[in-house]
Design a protein around this ligand. Structure first.
Ligand code: PMP
Length: 452
């Protein structure tokens, strides 16, 4: 491994000491963590102060869709900083209008108005508010296997256990089961069965909650953090029909799946569905400056034509973030990054991961598309018992911790969540990098195999 800079362990130790003294980290018991001190990053790699370089198969938190430090985006941010670093949201600013135009051009259907936020959770909060005001109803239905963010409403909507400590159960949120054939909540054995039963379950949930009380149904187009579960054919179209039937606003959360990750600009294109509201963040500017937003249909935008929208954020559509978005989208278009993501998924990552699944007893299922893949790790391929129990911590999580340590030893920074590892590199990951990642996963999976 060749680090990009001379190792400087002393500098690393100083960074770490200051971090330990003053930085309060997300999702962590502060006394039990040991964050890696990162010295730099470029493209698909980052490196520490000790001379270790890692291939980032996590894209940060699944957001550096064009990799780290893309020179054109860095330059665009610098140019914007020199020109107009900040300006309040109530004004028309060239770079903000251009970012909105480029995004609206790519969103499906008539989602042509863009409300800017600073990230994904704020986008979800505002989508829910818009849906509630548009319908005059309060409840929002969301899937158990989902993640929608860590702010108040967003965390209540979140189905996975990160909700539990913050769940006020007061946000009018109702959870339901979305399809997931490998661990079917409906005891289905085919995609058609899974789709039909999931739709019936959703209609039954609506019937018992009272259709006239439900403002919105929110779904990740392809649920990400919860396991990259591509919905079966017909499911999202079925949800669209149900929403139309009951006057419910359909929100698709594309914070993770959007901007090339699935090999399309937006995952909704794979399923030929157009939601009423669509949230985005992350890949919109590869996270170089915080940015998210809601793409709004003509009908919902019209609700707020004469009546004010009662919501806003000081940094909404921040010029630096918008400049980064304009540059990122232009880079993605010019360098055909979305097409590349589709192609590398089809020709390298998909086949490579499936080949690993054949050889490794610990791989129960491979799911995904583009640069959005999950390996469901199991103790036993027949029973599909997860390699670690649901929401395992400490000793119970040792097999996944051993897998992650082995990946890092082999120069790969892996995404690990419960019994899964996700292969989610940058959309412009090269073939050689993807193959390097597969080889490191191969070695790490041999360690996971010891726990089957
Ligand atoms: N929705 C989805 C689908 C996400 O994956 C995430 C973040 N992982 C969020 C919302 C929240 O985004 P943020 O962390 O930017 O608030």
């Amino acid at each position: 491994m060749t680090p990009h800079v001379e190792p400087d362990p002393q500098a690393g130790a100083a960074v770490k000491a200051a971090d330990r003294a003053h930085v309060f980290h997300s999702w962590s018991a502060q006394g039990l963590i040991d964050p890696l001190a990162v010295a730099g990053a470029e493209g698909s790699y980052f490196w520490d102060y000790d001379g270790n370089r890692y291939l980032d198969f996590t894209s940060g938190l699944v957001y550096t869709n064009i990799g780290y430090q893309h020179p054109k985006v860095v330059a665009a941010i610098q140019e914007q900083a020199a020109k107009l670093t900040t300006f309040a949201p109530a004004f028309a600013i060239d770079v903000r209008s251009e970012a909105a135009r480029l995004i609206a051009e790519r969103t499906p259907g008539d989602l042509d108005k863009i409300f800017f936020t600073n990230g994904g959770a704020e986008a979800v909060e505002n989508a829910v508010r818009m849906a509630r005001l548009h319908t005059g109803r309060t409840k929002v239905l969301s899937a158990y296997r989902s993640y929608h963010g860590a702010t108040s409403t967003a965390i209540n909507l979140t189905g996975d256990p990160r909700r539990w400590p913050s769940d006020t159960a007061s946000a009018g949120v109702v959870h339901f089961w979305a399809p997931f054939l490998y661990r079917s909540p409906f005891y289905a054995t085919t995609e058609a069965e899974e789709s039909a039963r999931a739709l019936q379950h959703l209609e039954d949930t609506i019937a018992f909650e009272g259709p006239a009380t439900i403002a919105a149904i929110i779904l990740e187009t392809v649920p990400g953090t919860a396991g990259i579960m591509t919905p079966p054919p017909g499911y999202l179209a079925g949800v669209r029909e149900i929403c139309d039937k009951y006057g419910i606003v359909f929100v698709l959360d594309e914070v993770m799946a959007g901007f090339g990750r699935t090999g399309k600009w937006f995952a909704a294109e794979h399923f030929d569905v157009v939601p009423d509201l669509m949230t985005f963040a992350k890949g919109v500017n590869s996270g170089y400056v915080p940015l998210g937003g809601v793409a709004i249909s003509a009908e919902i935008a019209a609700t707020f034509d004469k009546r004010p929208y009662p919501g806003g954020l000081t940094y909404s559509g921040h010029p630096l973030a918008c400049a980064a978005a304009v540059a990122t989208i232009n880079v993605m278009a010019e360098e055909k990054v979305v097409e590349h993501a589709a192609d590398i998924g089809e020709t390298v990552l998909g086949p490579g991961l499936r080949e690993l699944a054949e050889r490794h007893p610990s791989v129960g299922e491979v799911r995904g598309m583009g640069v959005f893949w999950a390996l469901d790790l199991v103790k036993n391929k027949e029973t599909r018992e997860p390699l670690v129990p649901y929401n395992a911590a400490g000793e119970a999580n040792a097999p996944m911790a051993a897998f992650a340590a082995a990946a890092k030893k082999n120069g790969l920074w892996p995404f690990v969540n419960m019994n899964r590892t996700h292969a989610v590199p940058a959309c412009n990951v090269t073939e050689a990098e993807a193959k390097e990642g597969l080889a490191a996963l191969d070695a790490a999976l041999s360690v996971a195999d010891e726990h089957t």
